[in-house]
Design a binder for this molecule. Structure first.
Ligand SMILES: [Zn+2]
Length: 330
């Protein structure tokens, strides 16, 4: 039987040990941290809506006021096991194996006739034309991300300069590094809009990427987490939260948690018809066609499955919607 004094000593010891670990920052390793240490504010913007109202509007008015462009920023290759859940029965049946998968990095341009220009994701910044030791990404993260395989096509600042219009705001599908690499080319006064909890959710993996994320974003970056109000009992039961961002039914922002806590997808009534920007809820053509979510790059498989199901269902219901996946083109 343990004596009361030895219990006291061991609890004291574990108390001091905990303090020591805290001092050394080990608490972050045990519980994780947010993807960035840059503060965000919550922004109530646009109107909450439900799936039925959105679908009725999209089906009856597929063409809208927005000029939509997709820009290829870079070619790249990463491990298939991150992009596709290789343990999924459909992936096993197809004999998919780990190895490098060729992908691309995109950004999208949304030009609204009265609200101005918005980007979805950021493309590649001019800093990535410099030698890799000058990049705002740690050597370890560069190596893990296969950044030596990046082949740049378009630099975001050069594209914006040629086009002659500056953005009023930037939507991030999510805050993984490959979606913010163009941040340095965006004026710090332009707000970045992200989904709820996207910049504050704590994850173990973030311990390794927070420094690089902060450096790429820049310390004076304005981060705003969008609010997705629940507008009806129906919407409460349906987990898909939707924001009519401009309030005129031209740009719908969909909250699709799973890949990250606050991942967002977009449905756009463009001058060329309906566009759906999926983000990394599905990275690949094979994943979309077979309804298989990403693998190790996704934080919450179960939620990603639900969100991907919702997006595929919406795309199937809408006629002639052009679907834009996270890292490959259909
Ligand atoms: Zn990505």
């Amino acid at each position: 039987m343990q004596s009361s004094s030895s219990i006291r000593i061991s609890s004291l010891l574990s108390g001091s040990l905990a303090k020591l670990l805290l001092t050394l920052g080990f608490a972050a390793f045990a519980t994780g941290c947010a993807v960035t240490s840059i503060d965000s504010t919550t922004e109530r913007i646009g109107d909450g809506t439900d799936e039925q109202s959105m679908m009725e509007n999209l089906a009856s008015n597929p063409k809208g006021p927005i000029r939509f462009q997709k820009i290829v920023s870079a070619d790249w290759a990463v491990d298939r096991g991150g992009l596709i859940n290789l343990d999924h029965p459909a992936a096993e049946k197809a004999g998919l194996e780990s190895g490098l998968e060729s992908i691309q990095i995109y950004f999208y341009v949304v030009d609204h006739p009265t609200k101005g220009r918005f980007l979805i994701d950021t493309g590649m910044g001019s800093v990535f034309q410099k030698p890799s030791e000058d990049w705002p990404v740690s050597g370890m993260v560069q190596s893990v991300m296969n950044m030596d395989l990046l082949k740049i096509h378009t630099i975001t600042s050069q594209w914006l300069k040629t086009s002659g219009t500056s953005p009023k705001g930037i939507f991030l599908t999510h805050m993984h590094l490959d979606h913010i690499l163009g941040s340095g080319d965006i004026d710090p006064a332009v707000p970045f809009y992200v989904g709820p909890k996207e910049s504050t959710d704590s994850m173990f993996l973030n311990v390794f990427v927070q420094g690089s994320t902060d450096d790429i974003l820049g310390s004076d970056r304005i981060l705003r987490e969008l609010e997705f109000p629940v507008i009806s009992e129906d919407a409460k039961n349906n987990e898909l939260r939707i924001l009519d961002f401009f309030g005129d039914g031209s740009l719908y922002v969909l909250l699709v948690p799973g890949h990250t806590a606050g991942s967002m997808a977009f449905l756009i009534r463009s001058t060329d018809g309906l566009q759906m920007v999926v983000g990394d809820t599905c990275h690949t053509v094979w994943g979309w066609k077979n309804n298989v979510p990403p693998g190790s790059f996704t934080a919450d498989q179960e939620k990603n499955v639900k969100s991907l199901n919702s997006l595929i269902e919406i795309a199937n219901k809408l006629q002639n919607v052009k679907v834009h996946l996270g890292h490959q083109s259909l």
